[in-house]
Design a protein around this ligand. Structure first.
Ligand SMILES: Nc1nc2c(c(=O)[nH]1)N[C@H]1C(S)=C(S)[C@@H](COP(=O)(O)OP(=O)(O)OC[C@H]3O[C@@H](n4cnc5c(=O)[nH]c(N)nc54)[C@H](O)[C@@H]3O)O[C@H]1N2
Ligand SMILES: Nc1nc2c(c(=O)[nH]1)N[C@H]1C(S)=C(S)[C@@H](COP(=O)(O)OP(=O)(O)OC[C@H]3O[C@@H](n4cnc5c(=O)[nH]c(N)nc54)[C@H](O)[C@@H]3O)O[C@H]1N2
Ligand SMILES: [Mo]
Length: 755
């Protein structure tokens, strides 16, 4: 529970500015890391230092001396905290007692210090040696009837070197069961975009912000979740570039922002208006907006005006006819109803788009987490293709990724549906035959646990049980396992909802030094814009009892595969050898890795659409249709509200830093529901009323969350929002995008429950 009294008040200041500076200082102080933390902050995102452990947005070209933000500082402060979870702590608390504590309380206990094993007799975690821990993992894995009975999760903080070897280990073991956090996040990007443009990544680089003539930010809370991007938006706005923010929540930083690193702005309490057009979309209304904009464009074409890039379309694309027909067939009344916008605003958005010779579309979870998330992104690509917005400065598609290395993990093999090409390379480079058929994504993993076919779960980072949908069901599924292993830096719920045997294996964090028998090592990560950079920790590890992730992977492999011919021991010592293998498996993009990574700012991985080259089966960019205007199943119930589960300003996914959400004016409370006042009145509720929500579904399972306080908030009609992970019990496991497997966490059909 939060310590203070809940308080709700509108935040009138610009986002960023002194509020952010004060929050940064406060968090460093609370975690008792002022000197240590400040020293580490100086090394964060600097050549020779380490990469920010928070989001995946790239850092600028050394323009700023301090390249971090409030939320990067928070992530670092919580990593560099002085607090420790020791064996004495575990001796004091049973797992059942710990289970009664909040996620926040668990996080606040500090860094794990040594490996622990669950002891059923006492219901406590007890110390275990690293050797015994690996022996136990090896024993369980070797005892399985089939390698497919094990699930190997990855969260996106894992660096390339550890992820690459993890992928090799698991394939040598014999399965492609790689559920990963990306499955819940930008998987629609990874699956939806390749058929359209030949690559499941963004096509812009940081410099493009300087050349863009219009920037769309759709379904992304920039000021909170990728604050360093605010610098680019501020600069663009100062150049007079129109910025269109499309969001059901008027996120503060998208409206007004003060640059904490702009001395003049700070001194004068100045700020910059960000969105020139704020588009207050209904949840799930983005397809209707895009179709409306396309309709305007096709109508103007029909009237003889050239608004499309005909040369580009002719030379590079296939399939525009179906898109034209579909867009023209849409009815304005329906577009307006589904989007919740008026026609005039959609026409204005189209006008901004038509006038711009180079447009960037940035997006986040507001687009990906819908039942048709993957196909929705194909419509974003369609919109960009219409005006040739690929392969020219200032233009392109820009998924704003989540975890700092989630994109890199996928690039180096964390993929439950690997390409045959990659598998051939693994065979040639490592000399074993990897499994060829697809493995489990996140949802399929939970289903396999429920069926009892999954027996072992290994989590490389992350907090699986809190991140996935259908909390109760997922907890029950997890508890059926023979072994659960959590490889993490902090205690989290994933260690408390465990299998018959369970291990907690604590690792050296991003900001800390890794020293092996061969000397000091660095790791690499790939940011949201495909830049690969080195990351070298500067702090001493939180405890001598920690191991680097690379070593943990190698020793699990050695324990599970005693006859493996892969040279695991050599990789433990020398990360350069791992990079050589990455280069051998991915020569097109990683050739000369060890040399190229010596450049202070790293290097950029080739993204073919930047050269107007399309790695699709037909060698073209494809306009792909999505009929209609809805991206989620229509629900007939008139009491239905669409619930978006979002992040507060003070959390990193399942890690809760505090109970405040400054920009949305919420203090000391996370059990709130943001609602339009008219929707509230229609339901006969007072502002501040305590309610329960229940999910509307037909699978016979009752899903309900009690104790939510209704807050009047400028939400569109029929749209409500609340916090993830508290509201995950409302998200049904099978409510997801069929192409990507991504849960539709932004559009859960719910109703206010009776009494
Ligand atoms: N500080 C901090 N940084 C983070 C994270 C964190 O938790 N804390 N998480 C990291 C991770 S893993 C990720 S994936 C990213 C997440 O970053 P975001 O993508 O910003 O994630 P959310 O907070 O889920 O917010 C999504 C936004 O979509 C809006 N939205 C909801 N439904 C719709 C819709 O139907 N249409 C539109 N257009 N918008 C909608 C919401 O109002 C919200 O502003 O951030 C990363 N960075
Ligand atoms: N309802 C709903 N559900 C969602 C979402 C949503 O918007 N709504 N968002 C989804 C998204 S986008 C994502 S990405 C997932 C996030 O899912 P996860 O990635 O599984 O969750 P995190 O909370 O980021 O993981 C936090 C844990 O990672 C560990 N950790 C931190 N740093 C390190 C490190 O350097 N190494 C190792 N080994 N461990 C480390 C810490 O111990 C910490 O407890 O959740 C998804 N779930
Ligand atoms: Mo994410």
């Amino acid at each position: 529970m939060a310590s203070g009294k809940p308080r709700y008040q509108t935040y009138h200041h610009p986002a960023g500015g002194w509020g952010a500076a004060a929050a940064t200082a406060k968090v460093l102080m609370e975690q008792s890391v002022i000197t240590k933390g400040s020293r580490a902050l100086l090394a964060m995102n600097q050549p020779g230092g380490f990469k920010c452990p928070s989001c995946a947005f790239p850092d600028a070209d050394c323009k700023k001396t301090l390249e971090f933000c409030e939320n990067g500082a928070k992530a670092l402060a919580f990593e560099a905290t002085k607090r420790r979870v020791t064996r004495a702590f575990f001796a004091q608390h049973t797992v059942t007692e710990l289970m009664a504590q909040s996620d926040y309380w668990l996080e606040m206990q500090g860094r794990l210090t040594e490996p622990m094993r669950y002891d059923a007799a006492t219901d406590k975690y007890v110390p275990v040696s690293w050797d015994d821990a690996f022996t136990l993992i090896g024993k369980h894995l070797r005892a399985l009837e089939s390698p497919h009975q094990a699930e190997f999760y990855t969260s996106g903080r894992t660096p390339n070197e550890a992820a690459f070897l993890y992928a090799i280990f698991v394939r040598a073991f014999g399965t492609n069961n790689f559920p990963d956090c990306s499955n819940m996040c930008h998987e629609p990007t990874s699956r939806g975009l390749p058929p359209a443009i030949g690559v499941g990544k963004g096509t812009v680089v940081l410099e493009d912000f300087e050349h863009a003539e219009a920037i769309f930010v759709i379904g992304q809370n920039t000021g909170t979740n990728s604050p360093r991007m605010m610098t680019n938006l501020v600069e663009a706005r100062k150049r007079g570039v129109p910025i269109v923010a499309v969001n059901p929540m008027p996120e503060r930083a998208l409206i007004r922002f003060a640059e904490p690193q702009d001395v003049v702005q700070m001194a004068t309490f100045g700020s910059t208006a960000i969105a020139s057009e704020f588009v207050h979309i209904r949840i799930g209304g983005d397809l209707a907006l895009i179709k409306g904009m396309m309709k305007v464009m096709f109508e103007r074409e029909a009237q003889g005006e050239a608004v499309l890039d005909h040369d580009f379309i002719r030379e590079h694309t296939v399939g525009i006819e179906a898109i034209r027909e579909d867009a023209l067939a849409q009815d304005w009344a329906e577009i307006v109803r589904v989007s919740g916008l008026d026609e005039a605003q959609i026409r204005r958005c189209a006008e901004i788009y038509i006038r711009s010779k180079a447009t960037m579309i940035c997006y986040g979870m507001g687009l990906t987490q819908h039942q048709q998330g993957s196909r929705l992104l194909q419509q974003v690509a369609n919109l960009l293709l219409l005006r040739g917005n690929f392969g020219k400065p200032g233009a392109g598609i820009s998924p704003i990724r989540g975890h700092s290395n989630v994109q890199g993990d996928r690039t180096v093999g964390i993929d439950e549906k690997p390409t045959q090409d990659y598998l051939d390379r693994v065979r040639d480079v490592f000399g074993f035959e990897p499994p060829r058929h697809h493995g489990h994504h996140t949802i399929e993993t939970v289903e396999a646990m429920e069926r009892g076919t999954a027996r072992v779960f290994i989590g490389m980072g992350g907090n699986f049980v809190r991140a996935i949908p259908d909390t109760e069901r997922s907890y029950a599924a997890m508890r059926k396992l023979d072994l659960t292993v959590g490889i993490t830096i902090k205690l989290n719920r994933g260690h408390l909802v465990h299998g018959r045997d369970a291990l907690i294996l604590p690792v050296i964090a991003r900001s800390e030094r890794i020293v092996t028998a061969a000397g000091e090592q660095f790791v690499t990560i790939e940011d949201s814009m495909s830049n690969v950079t080195a990351s070298r920790g500067v702090l001493s590890p939180a405890s001598p009892g920690l191991l680097p992730e690379v070593e943990i992977v190698c020793r699990m492999a050695m324990a599970a595969l005693p006859d493996s011919t892969v040279r695991w021991q050599s990789y433990i010592d020398d990360y350069g050898l791992i990079r050589d293998k990455i280069a051998a498996v991915y020569p097109e993009i990683y050739e000369g890795f060890s040399e190229r990574i010596k450049a202070p700012k790293g290097f950029h991985l080739d993204v073919a659409p930047r050269r107007r080259v399309w790695h699709t089966p037909n060698g073209k960019a494809n306009f792909l249709p999505l009929p209609g205007l809805e991206v989620n199943d229509v629900v007939a119930d008139p009491a239905m509200l669409r619930l978006a589960t979002v992040r507060s300003h003070d959390q990193f996914n399942t890690t809760i830093y505090s109970y405040n959400d400054r920009y949305r004016g919420v203090y000391n409370d996370r059990m709130v529901l943001f609602m339009n006042a008219q929707d509230r009145e229609e339901r006969g509720l007072d502002s501040g009323a305590r309610i329960a929500l229940e999910t509307i579904s037909e699978d016979g399972i009752k899903r309900r969350v009690d104790g939510l306080t209704v807050l009047d908030y400028p939400m569109p009609r029929g749209a409500v929002a609340g916090y993830y992970p508290e509201l995950n019990p409302l998200l049904p496991l099978d409510y997801y995008d069929r192409i990507s497997g991504t849960p539709a966490a932004k559009s859960i059909p719910v109703r206010v429950a009776a009494g």
